[in-house]
Design a protein around this ligand. Structure first.
Ligand SMILES: [Zn+2]
Length: 426
């Protein structure tokens, strides 16, 4: 009976602290709000997020790891779009982020250019390719790749080879490429500029004879963009020299011009909300092991924050007994998926067992190794780790629709409880 009462008490304590749903919601709303400019490279976006998180770390009384400061500085090259951006085809003005994207590596371009429309099937030999390029001169080629789903693998490979050549060849006069793809627009970050602009459309425009593309894109390559990871900790009550790491990246894609903002609510304001919720819980309940909280920058540019951390660690990485990375934590309608689950199978089994016993999330799926988020550089350095993401619900990803207003945080509270039970089991 005593044990039962104690369990009930413990569960009460866990739920009363783990259910700080309002805090999580506020964090997501703030980080994905217009003020943060998509936490990228225009108008101090990611810097605003750095300052906000520094304030939260301080409020939660996390102790700095190095020299009284949370920040671990690093820098990298990045192509940015701080200026005006406009693209019209014929008389139709396209909306940035909704009707089109510019490739992340797009250089500046301005003017009126003719359009030569072709289908990949029309370019089935080198001669045909040469004649299309010849015909286009210093105008744009519009490539209709909207049927790529029906293509055979061989055709698809040929198409991407043609696209690669048209994008990158420096020996041709071609001004630029309009790529019409089926499906959603998905943006990225680039550390360089391509030789010519590529405009990506999500549907084929209705072209009339003589229609031109009127385009004005201002891009700026920053050779040495400065940012930082944030690292704070809560000392363990027993094992201060053995650490658990809780990580999540706080950067996102930023702005594509002055209008199109990529808010990154699910990716990864939600993961940061998880990190801060866990920090809030453990600042009120001292853990046995020291817990280090790391918010990475530069993830979207190629895991650059975690790579910088591993390259120049503020403590010996051998002291890390386990790391869990959160990147996309905002739904959960179909549970979670655990990268590295099949590699650290006993930890995966433990997580699945807790979930089963406490009936928290609809599903805990296993996955093998995948170098797709910030756990990866640690894993490659021999640190045992899992990367967990939620599944189901809204499908917005790397687009202008990944907004706080539509992010449900469906299973956030139970997800948080599950993680507390998991970390407490060490
Ligand atoms: Zn992400």
């Amino acid at each position: 009976m005593k044990i039962k009462l104690f369990t009930v008490f413990l569960l009460y304590v866990i739920s009363s602290y783990a259910q700080d749903f309002d805090y999580a919601r506020n964090v997501v709303n703030r980080l994905a709000s217009p003020e943060f400019k998509g936490r990228g490279y225009v108008d101090n976006g990611v810097k605003t997020a750095t300052d906000f998180l520094t304030g939260e770390f301080r409020k939660l009384k996390l102790e700095p790891v190095v020299n009284g400061s949370y920040s671990l500085d690093f820098s990298y090259p990045v192509n940015t779009f701080p200026g005006k951006m406009s693209v019209s085809i014929g008389t139709h003005e396209l909306k940035p982020g909704i009707d089109y994207l510019v490739e992340a590596s797009c250089p500046s371009v301005k003017g009126n250019f003719g359009i030569i429309a072709v289908r990949p099937a029309d370019i089935d030999s080198e001669e045909k390719l040469s004649s299309v390029i010849e015909k286009a001169g210093d105008n744009f080629i519009l490539l209709d790749d909207t049927h790529s789903k029906d293509e055979t693998r061989e055709t698809a490979e040929k198409t991407s080879e043609v696209i690669r050549f048209l994008k990158n060849s420096t020996d041709i006069r071609l001004k630029g490429l309009i790529l019409c793809q089926a499906g959603k627009l998905t943006w990225t970050v680039s550390g360089f500029q391509s030789p010519r602009p590529v405009i990506i459309l999500n549907k084929l425009p209705e072209l009339k004879a003589g229609d031109k593309i009127k385009i004005n894109i201002k891009s700026k390559l920053i050779k040495d963009f400065k940012t930082c990871d944030l690292c704070g900790h809560i000392k363990g009550s027993e094992r201060q020299d053995s650490m658990l790491l809780i990580t999540a990246h706080y950067d996102h894609l930023g702005m594509m011009g002055k209008e199109a903002c990529f808010p990154g609510a699910n990716d990864n304001a939600s993961g940061v909300a998880m990190l801060l919720n866990l920090a809030e819980y453990y600042s009120a309940h001292q853990p046995k092991y020291t817990i280090i909280f790391v918010a990475f920058s530069g993830e979207e540019a190629g895991l650059l924050g975690s790579k910088a951390f591993v390259k120049n660690p503020p403590f010996d990485l051998k002291k890390i007994i386990f790391l869990v990375n959160f990147d996309i934590a905002g739904t959960g309608d179909e549970g979670i998926r655990v990268v590295n689950g099949s590699i650290f199978k006993n930890k995966f089994d433990l997580l699945a067992r807790i979930n089963n016993d406490d009936k928290l999330l609809p599903k805990v799926d296993i996955r093998g190794a995948a170098c797709i988020s910030d756990h990866c550089p640690f894993y490659e350095s021999g640190v045992p780790c899992l990367y967990i993401y939620t599944q189901g619900g809204i499908k917005a990803y790397h687009d202008v629709y990944d907004r706080a207003e539509t992010l449900p945080l469906t299973e956030f509270t139970n997800y948080c409880k599950l993680m507390i039970r998991f970390f407490d089991s060490f």
